[in-house]
Write a protein that binds this ligand. Sequence first.
Ligand code: ADP
Length: 151
Amino acid sequence: MKIAIFPGSFDPITNGHVDIIERALPLFDKIIIAIGVNSDKRYMFPLEQRKQFILNTFKNEAKISVDTYQGLTIDYCKKIGANFILRGLRNPADFEFEKAIAHTNRELSQIETIFLLTSAQTSFISSSIVRDILKYEGDVSKFVPSCVSAK
Ligand code: ADP
C-alpha cells in the first residue's frame, strides 16, 4: 500500500495545501495529513481547530485522514508505516529548504519525499500571509477553504 504523509503546521490550511493534496490523491492509496506539534512555536489557531478545518475540508474523501505528531517526521512515518513524505514546492526558496531536509531524511531512512509543484493559481498563497490578513480582519475567502474563512 502506498501511504504518504503530508506534514505541516496548517496554521491554517490554505487553498495551496488543498491543491497539492487533491493532486496527490491519484498517486497514493492513503494520505495522512500530519500536523507537526512544536512546543517552541506559537500558532494563531489552536491544534484542535487546525485539525477541524482539515477534517471539514476533506470530509468526503475516504483516502484522507488527519493526525498530529511530535518529534522527527521520519520517526512518525516509521511508526505508522508510511513510505512517502509529500511536500509542495512554490518557488526556489521552498526548493532549497526542502532539498536539504529531503537529503537528510534519505540519509536517515528509506522514506522518499515526493514533491509536487504548486498550481500557478495558488503558488503565492501562504499560511503566514493569510494570518497577516486575518490579524487586520481582512477577507481571506479567496485563499482558504470556506470553513476557515467562515471562522
Ligand atoms: P511548514 O510549517 O512545514 O512550512 P506549512 O503548513 O506551511 O508547513 O506547509 C506544509 C506543506 O505545504 C509544505 O510542503 C509547503 O511547501 C506546502 N505549501 C504551503 N503553501 C503552499 C502553496 N500555496 N502551494 C503549494 N504548496 C504549499
